[in-house]
Design a protein around this ligand. Structure first.
Ligand code: ZN
Length: 162
């Protein structure tokens, strides 16, 4: 796995729109999350849009941490196929810092090596920048590579600056 394939490039407006949406759905009180959809190319992962967990499964946010039903995954794959998109990463918020919880580490949303999970601190309050989040790459067998701060910012490119 080279570092290019972990790099995420957000289309113009997608980063800001995603953070606003996560903040709104969590209402400052609970975790919210989404799959990031786009294309995986040799040169990186391109994020075109996002699909909130609670649109796939209205019950998904009722637990202490996000769980999705198997129906939600069936819907996810159908939406990807209809629109010619791939799941390039997932993202969810935490009440405090951006570090992975034990359940995040034990339960990757997509259990394939190379899958990327972003965690946004403080329920996405304020103006969230790439250096505020963590970028966690699944290595398989419950192991992850974690990037924070400048290392996280290095993996996230925002087209058009926002
Ligand atoms: Zn978490």
């Amino acid at each position: 796995m080279n570092s290019n394939c972990m790099r995420l490039e957000f289309a113009q407006g997608v980063w800001t729109g995603l953070m606003d949406d996560l903040r709104r759905r969590g209402r400052g009180q609970r975790e919210s999350g989404a799959f990031l959809l786009g294309e995986i190319r040799d040169t990186g992962r391109f994020v075109h849009t996002w699909l909130p967990y609670d649109e796939l499964d209205p019950g998904s946010l009722a637990y202490a941490y996000v769980r999705l039903s198997s129906d939600a995954f069936t819907k996810l794959w159908a939406i990807c196929a209809d629109h010619g998109l791939q799941v390039v990463a997932d993202v969810h918020t935490h009440p405090l810092g951006p570090g992975q919880s034990p359940s995040d580490q034990a339960n990757p949303m997509i259990g394939l090596p190379g899958h990327v999970a972003i965690i946004v601190p403080r329920f996405a309050a304020g103006n969230v920048r790439p250096e505020n989040v963590s970028v966690n790459t699944y290595l398989g067998e419950k192991r992850w590579q974690n990037a924070f701060g400048a290392a996280a910012a290095e993996l996230i490119k925002i087209s058009g600056g926002s």
